[in-house]
Design a protein around this ligand. Structure first.
Ligand code: AHG
Ligand code: MN
Ligand code: MN
Ligand code: MN
Length: 337
């Protein structure tokens, strides 16, 4: 009865057949990432029963206090992806320095960046969390990977994806030819293609922003949100709805499903850090997915994927989602600041 279902492995192997010179390395790497996400999904599902909730009483390089699951998920990702010989180094939100593959293993041609647990403030209240990843190619003949090898703009990504640990566990992926979504069948432990060719509606009536930061916003964002809130009575002539889940993975997934805009803009509170969200393992992979689904992603002033990174943990303002709404916000940034 299930024979006509496409598993993520089948999907990737079939994609690989169309790529000239593909060696299978990339498919094998993706398989290890899938395994890591299944392990994290299991830990998230069992939660308090396996003692993984709560704080780790440590801080990461961003000065955020780490949850136990931030640390555990990071470890799961490292262990799943270090041994097979496809990766040369990894970088993560939860590690200050890059992680070159230990010498006992062969080093491969890819660089892997990840946010092991996104929305981790949700974990103790049993609300959706996720994992985000981005794959870059390392320079040819790479033996000793350095931070400089990672500092490539988002347009260079080979693949980007996220896994959403929600009511169902879903993995959403792009390799540069559209976006596809897979749902984890817990009984057989396989991700099954459930959302082929996801597309974002160009227009929408739903926005996501942390409104508690309103007093810190700059005028283009204030104007856009004021106009949304004015609804039918204002210049937009239609009512808007609002959501804030505090997990970028969950917000992006909603936008892929029913459109909308997500914003974590530059404001007077995060200005000194250059924004709130991290460019290389949050903003870039999500921007790749959003653009591949027909949406747009910007800082307000420039396309996120064209930014030349200067550090692995660099932060950036993020505005992404339905094309016509994002274009409107960009236009407001051109006339005001
Ligand atoms: P993380 O849990 O990986 O540190 O990321 C959380 C991010 C993002 O997913 C979310 O949109 C945002 O932080 C929430 O920020 P606020 O708590 O300021 O709303
Ligand atoms: Mn964090
Ligand atoms: Mn995150
Ligand atoms: Mn995180």
């Amino acid at each position: 009865m299930h024979n006509n279902r496409t598993t993520i492995t089948q999907f990737l192997i079939e994609e690989q057949r169309h790529i000239q010179g593909a060696t299978g390395d990339f498919t094998a790497l993706l398989n290890d990432i899938v395994t890591a996400c299944k392990v994290i999904s299991n830990l998230v599902n069992y939660g308090a029963l396996v003692g993984v909730l709560g704080s780790a009483d440590t801080q990461n390089v961003q000065g955020e206090s780490q949850k136990k699951l931030d640390v555990i998920s990071n470890e799961v990702f490292l262990k799943s992806n270090e041994w097979a010989g496809h990766v040369s180094a990894m970088a993560s939100e939860e590690m200050e320095d890059i992680y070159p593959i230990p010498e006992q293993y062969p080093r491969g041609k890819y660089l892997l960046l990840f946010d092991p647990l996104d929305g981790s403030s949700n974990i103790d209240i049993n609300v959706s969390v996720g994992t985000i990843f981005s794959i870059l190619r390392g320079p040819e003949g790479l033996t000793k990977p350095t931070v400089a090898d990672f500092l490539q703009p988002g347009v260079k990504q080979v693949c980007a994806g996220y896994t959403l640990y929600g009511p169902s566990t879903m993995m959403v992926l792009t390799t540069g030819s559209g976006v596809n979504g897979f749902t984890l069948d817990q009984n057989i432990g396989e991700f099954i293609l459930s959302h082929p060719n996801l597309r974002i509606a160009p227009d929408s009536q739903e926005f996501a922003i942390n409104v508690s930061n309103m007093r810190f916003w700059k005028s283009p964002i204030k104007r856009y949100i004021d106009e949304c809130l004015a609804g039918k009575d204002g210049v937009r002539g239609k009512d808007f709805n609002m959501r804030w889940i505090a997990s970028m993975v969950a917000e992006v997934h909603r936008i892929l499903t029913r459109g909308g805009v997500f914003m974590y803009p530059l404001d007077s509170k995060n200005q000194d850090q250059g924004g709130r969200l991290r460019l290389m393992y949050e903003a870039n992979p999500m921007s790749f997915i959003i653009e591949q689904a027909g949406g747009m992603s910007t800082t307000g002033h420039e396309r996120i994927m064209e930014i030349q990174p200067t550090s692995v943990h660099q932060r950036v303002p993020v505005i992404l989602g339905s094309k016509n709404e994002v274009e409107r916000i960009i236009a407001y940034h051109l006339t005001e600041n």
